[in-house]
Write a protein that binds this ligand. Sequence first.
Ligand code: NAP
Length: 291
Amino acid sequence: MALDTAIVIDGKAVAARVRADVAAQVRGLASASWRTPGLATILIGDDPASAVYVAAKRRACAEVGIQSFHHALPGDVTRAEVLALVDRLNADADVSGILCQLPVPAHLDGAEITNRIAPDKDVDGLTTVSAGRLALGLPGLRPCTPAGVMVLLAEAGVELRGAVAVVLGRSNLFGKPMGQMLLAADATVIASHSRTVDLPSVCLQADVLIAAVGRPGMVTADWVKPGATVVDVGINRTGGGLVGDVDFDRVKHVAGAITPVPGGVGPMTIACLLRNTLLAAGADGVSRRSA
Ligand code: NAP
């Protein structure tokens, strides 16, 4: 039986609240004469999309009062030069968080550069140590997009304890950490991927269905349990514009709540990057706290 229309979870509004909260905390630090949090960004080469992403992150920092330290390196920079820069930033007390925009040029190893970042400054939450902390349930900085999904679910009042959560996609960037965060919130988690047999039946079990596959409109209405919460992480550029992995127009008549694309998960990623930078600054005295 189809429900009327799902509640649309407004990621833009939630992200604005997270940013406002970060801004207020940064102002509070300034009045307490605490060091202003600082984010160092490393951009290697001249990939236009990467330049746009880094510019957006720097703008977002400026809006909430976080300092940004930008390092634009030429596309032919050597491995040793990049690693030496990361080492300098690791040792710089004004730098609370560091990110290296991926992908990097082919002669460099993005994983090696990421892993050189000190785990307590790893605001993207992508180092091996951060992944290990998450897997072991230890405090640490969490990857921004799944952290953003957790904030959206909390704001939408979605009960995770005991819920069946199906995560579609198992990337290191999103699917795996998402599954672990849901597990930590006491959901019963099913990780699914391209080798999963009968995906529609698996997805139909979900009280919370999170799609991150990069396939436009793959999740159709008949994959969704009536009343389920559907979170669409996909960002696919098509001739018809930006679309998610969920067939929003049909699924909204079955789901209880759903995130749109754009305006759902997307805005949460940068908001959580700002929040991670604040946490990494140790502003509240618990810098190792989980996000
Ligand atoms: P990814 O590394 O390409 O991983 C895609 C995952 O989807 C893989 O686990 C893959 O399975 C699975 N998959 C692909 N085709 C499938 C199919 N037909 N059936 C079942 N599973 C399938 O991608 P990602 O980095 O996780 O990103 C996924 C999507 O989220 C992309 O659209 C990306 O743009 C978006 N994204 C958005 C944000 C944001 O800020 N909103 C952040 C990150 C990602 P295998 O492992 O078996 O290959």
